[in-house]
Design a protein around this ligand. Structure first.
Ligand SMILES: *Cc1c(COP(=O)(O)O)cnc(C)c1O
Length: 460
């Protein structure tokens, strides 16, 4: 019997609208998603004026929109056509390797030009800034995934892109910096002497290795100082970013229909929550409105266990307390994550929508150690050929664990996971894994308690 491995759509199947979960949130969005975005100084609800210094107006409009469907501008769909629709694979070879009765499918976002799901939101953000007549963007990047997506998008719309890159990554991972520079971006190691906050940190310690929280602070400061010339872009966490990513799940729904199955379990890794939301929210929509009962699982590293060990509370989005305060699962804004190899999963917080859904019991979360993660990635790549990004490998491992549970129980379940990117720029971490140089690391409880003792006091 001939098997089908790939479910491919055509360009006319690219969704015409994004799915906005605001009207379907099972909790009052005023409590979580948008009215509870607070000014970091006053701790009062942030005004559109404050937010519009940072973000394009159309982006802010999406954050507060209660429209279930938000039309994707034609200019954005044109760029999406460069790589969308992305394929959905049936992992026949992985199923065989695991000898499992489970049916495993994966949506592959690594076919985008920069190798991850991130351009799905970089492109509309760049388009909105262009439309408003801005000169460009400031942004931050950890290992460089978001920076390269934003650099590419700015290049498509003739915008400048100034990227603050976590210094340790800048020094150790030159390839994504080179990719960003190829697209015409300027890349600055953070902390830098370009901002007041960076100068302050460098005066205290000239060898400060940087962190994502610090780089966000510098990018926000630079955008504010430009007085509207440059907007600030964030690659995850915020409502509109999650909304933009829902092209993933909408396509996957169609592709599962082609496959003649419906998922029992949907799995994705979660750093700030955007690729998770992108795949999961359209399936959650089916749970909420169409009588479906799919389990939705977010996977995070044990070294940065925001959803599984953090607190659901108000916290700053960045280390310097300049970014808005939101209610989310957090490990504390001054939490310093260990340098694990899944750099994209090292954020101290989580998207407020994803946090609220977990708190309300609509989704689940699990944490996986990085050694188990790389072991899962090795099993997957040897069966399917694709080398996953270390971030995506968390979803891979969780899907394998689920498939092994099916084997033990002797039940068939349909599993769909998001392969959010490829790992071609992460080969040194695979090298470390293969040489046995990766360590297990679980974040110590005292250190979590310490950073959680610095949360802002909010009375609403
Ligand atoms: C950035 C990144 C992530 C983590 O970000 P989310 O917003 O949680 O999706 C996951 N996978 C890849 C490949 C990434 O580049």
């Amino acid at each position: 019997m001939s098997k089908q491995y790939k479910y491919s759509l055509t360009e006319k199947d690219i969704p015409e609208a994004w799915y906005n979960i605001n009207p379907d949130m099972p909790v009052n969005p005023a409590e979580t998603a948008w009215k509870a975005v607070l000014h970091p100084g006053t701790k009062e609800p942030a005004t559109p004026e404050f937010l519009s210094v940072l973000f394009p107006m159309r982006f802010i409009g999406e954050a507060v929109s209660m429209d279930r469907w938000i039309e994707i501008p034609e200019e954005v769909r044109e760029v999406y056509k460069l790589w969308r629709p992305t394929p959905l694979f049936r992992a026949h070879r992985l199923e065989k390797a695991l000898d499992t009765p489970a049916h495993i499918y994966y949506k592959y976002e690594g076919v985008s030009p920069v190798g991850s799901h991130k351009p799905n939101t970089a492109v509309p953000q760049a388009f909105y800034a262009k439309e408003e007549g801005c000169a460009g963007f400031t942004t931050e990047t950890g290992a460089g995934q978001w920076g390269s997506a934003m650099s590419m998008a700015c290049n498509f719309f003739d915008l400048d892109c100034h990227v603050y890159m976590v210094k340790v990554s800048y020094q150790q991972k030159p390839y994504r910096r080179i990719l960003m520079e190829n697209f015409g971006a300027s890349v600055t190691p953070s902390p830098s002497n370009k901002t007041e906050y960076g100068r302050k940190l460098l005066a205290q310690d000239p060898d400060n290795p940087g962190s994502l929280g610090i780089a966000i602070s510098e990018a926000v400061e630079a955008a504010v100082a430009s007085q509207g010339k440059y907007k600030y872009s964030l690659g995850s966490v915020l409502g509109p970013v999650l909304t933009h990513q829902t092209v993933i799940g909408q396509e996957a729904l169609k592709q599962m229909e082609m496959a003649g199955e419906y998922p029992d379990v949907v799995i994705a890794c979660a750093g700030g929550g955007s690729n998770f939301a992108g795949l999961a929210f359209p399936f959650l929509h089916q749970n909420f409105t169409n009588g479906k009962n799919t389990r939705i699982v977010a996977v995070e590293p044990k070294a940065c266990p925001t959803l599984t060990r953090g607190k659901y509370a108000f916290d700053y989005g960045d280390t310097a307390q300049m970014a808005p305060v939101v209610k989310m699962y957090t490990l504390g804004h001054d939490f310093v994550p260990p340098t694990i190899h899944a750099g994209g999963l090292r954020y101290h917080g989580m998207a407020p929508h994803v946090s609220a859904l977990l708190d309300h019991g609509d989704i689940e979360a699990v944490a996986i150690d990085q050694v188990d993660t790389f072991e899962g990635a090795a099993i997957f790549s040897r069966a399917e050929g694709i080398l996953p990004a270390p971030e995506s490998s968390h979803a891979v491992r969780a899907a394998i664990n689920e498939a092994m549970k099916c084997k033990e129980e002797g039940t068939k379940r349909v599993i769909v996971f998001n392969l959010s990117g490829h790992g071609f720029f992460d080969l040194t971490s695979y090298d470390a894994y293969m040489k046995g140089g990766l360590e297990r690391y679980e974040y110590p409880v005292e250190k979590i308690e310490e950073s959680l003792s610095h949360l802002p006091e909010i009375s609403l």
